[in-house]
Design a protein around this ligand. Structure first.
Ligand code: ADP
Ligand code: MG
Ligand code: ZN
Length: 482
């Protein structure tokens, strides 16, 4: 029997607010444990939460970008459970009136429906200490700095049919949240966390199979691997006549397998009830409109614009990988730089130079004007592409500067003066009778030899186009070889 996978994703995105969701503690990562806490986020008795307006705004921004219906009326609920990372004994979340949803994202032409995106607070962080960590721990420590950090939980319908599509959905979702400055999308620091729900069913079946939920993946690569490994595991069980147990499983990057975490989860009764300390929230159409009109152009719209400007799909994707890169490219376009030339420099040459120098795009020192100047200098024949790649761009990227000055200082100007190059060509042909003969006899590959000699004689500065034109003129007509 053939099986097909069914995947639904739940993403917890930490919102980029200055302060926490319900108190004024800073929302920061990496501080000393329990340094960023107050009676509210420590769950002391008698304290009251105050909703962070910025968190609401960021949730609405994200909702609009995810084509979600934004609720005109929304409220908070208590989700009750007992765990040491949750000092109040409940999490403030949203149960039946989420702020956003339903919506959808289109990934590779496939529609992934979004069931909901709701606001909630993060829990503290348990550190399993002693012995050898998690499983062999002697004791656990808890850090409440994360307690009360605002989260947007974004839940898809089970619409995702492969691990690749899951990865692409997550990549696009994270990209959108970064463009919107809603979430910094850092998987290692846990500001963008993903749980994957996976089941399989016979191809063509309409009912869903029993799902497992995979946690603990801290890169898109591991999400992809974890899903594929889980699909395989489930198919094996079903093929040998077994049944899938509904449970949570942990991905282990070292062993590249999942293992069962707990199956008690399903028995949970969270006893949701409306949060009595927060009033329901009304969101006016005017507020939604104001937020919508302040949003930047999103990656998909930019990709479409780049395709229309003649770029390939691949280039359009690479240029929109970050807002910074795409904004930079747009600046070069705004200066009138031809799209193809600018993208060629930004993708091929720049990426290699960044890699060679171990730099991020954000660390590059060049400006959009630099790119325009380089493109212009190349088009006019002032410099050759080799000089651009090997000398000018590396300088601009690592140090910054002015294109004309670099060309002058480094003596990189190309010789395009035909009569100057012609002299060299004539000289070389005159002293290379043997090669000229073999060219005439049909060994046209020898042309490269002449080209190389001219380059050598001009120390690489002759304009290749001019050399080729002169060779066309001055070399004898080759005989047709039989
Ligand atoms: P739970 O109550 O276990 O949290 P939900 O209905 O809230 O389940 O769904 C959680 C996530 O699991 C959603 O993304 C949903 O699309 C996905 N999901 C639900 N059922 C399945 C299934 N049979 N196979 C794969 N994913 C599923
Ligand atoms: Mg759920
Ligand atoms: Zn606090």
């Amino acid at each position: 029997m053939n099986y097909e996978p069914v995947i639904g994703l739940e993403v917890h995105a930490q919102l980029k607010t200055k302060t926490k969701a319900f108190c004024s503690c800073p929302n920061v990562f990496g501080e000393n444990p329990n340094d960023q806490v107050c009676p509210v986020c420590l769950g002391m008795p008698g304290v009251l939460p105050v909703l962070n307006e910025k968190a609401v705004e960021l949730a609405i921004r994200a909702g609009i970008a995810l084509n979600c219906k934004i609720a005109d009326s929304t409220k908070f609920d208590r989700k009750n459970y007992f765990y040491p990372d949750l000092p109040k004994g409940y999490q403030i979340s949203q149960f039946d009136q989420p702020i956003c949803g339903p919506g959808h994202l289109t990934i590779q032409g496939k529609k992934v429906r979004i069931n909901r995106a709701h606001l909630e607070e993060d829990a503290g962080k348990l550190v399993h200490a002693g012995a050898d960590g998690l499983h062999g721990s002697d004791y656990s420590l808890v850090d409440y700095n994360r307690s009360g950090v605002p989260l947007l939980e974004i839940v898809t319908e089970p619409d995702i049919e492969s691990a690749d599509l899951a990865r692409d959905y997550l990549t696009e979702l994270r990209n959108i949240l970064r463009y919107l400055e809603v979430c910094d999308g850092n998987l290692e620091e846990g500001s963008f966390r993903c749980d994957a729900n996976v089941s399989v069913r016979p191809v063509g079946a309409t009912e869903l199979g029993t799902k497992t939920e995979i946690k603990n993946m801290n890169s898109f690569r591991s999400v992809q691997k974890a899903i594929n490994s889980e699909i395989e595991r489930q198919i094996k069980i079903l093929e040998s006549g077994g049944k899938i147990t509904q449970e949570s499983r942990l991905w282990d990057d070292n062993s590249q397998t999942t293992h069962s975490m707990r199956s008690k989860e399903e028995a949970h009764d969270y006893r949701y009830f409306p949060e009595p300390d927060l009033v329901p929230l009304q969101i006016s159409p005017e507020r939604i409109e104001a937020i919508a009109s302040s949003m930047p152009e999103l990656p998909e719209a930019r990709r479409q614009r780049y395709l229309a400007a003649g770029l390939s799909e691949e280039y359009a994707v690479i240029l929109t990988e970050s807002k910074e890169k795409s904004d930079f490219f747009d600046q070069t376009l705004a200066l009138g730089t031809p799209a193809l030339a600018a993208s060629g420099i930004l993708i091929n040459d720049t990426e290699k130079i960044l890699r060679d120098n171990n730099l991020d795009f954000s660390q590059a020192r060049f400006t959009a004007q630099n790119i325009k100047d380089v493109v212009d200098a190349t088009a006019s024949g002032q410099v050759g592409s080799t000089a651009v790649k090997n000398k000018i761009l590396p300088r601009l990227i690592t140090e910054g500067g002015n294109v004309t000055e670099i060309i002058e200082k480094e003596g990189l100007a190309q010789i395009s003066d035909e009569s100057a190059i012609k002299q060299h060509v004539e000289e070389i042909l005159a002293r290379s009778q043997e090669q000229v003969e073999s060219y005439r006899s049909g060994k046209t590959k020898v042309r490269q030899f002449f080209f190389g000699e001219v380059m050598k004689a001009t120390r690489g500065k002759a304009n290749p186009k001019v050399i080729n034109e002169l060779l066309d003129q001055l070399l004898p007509e080759p005989e047709q070889r039989q």
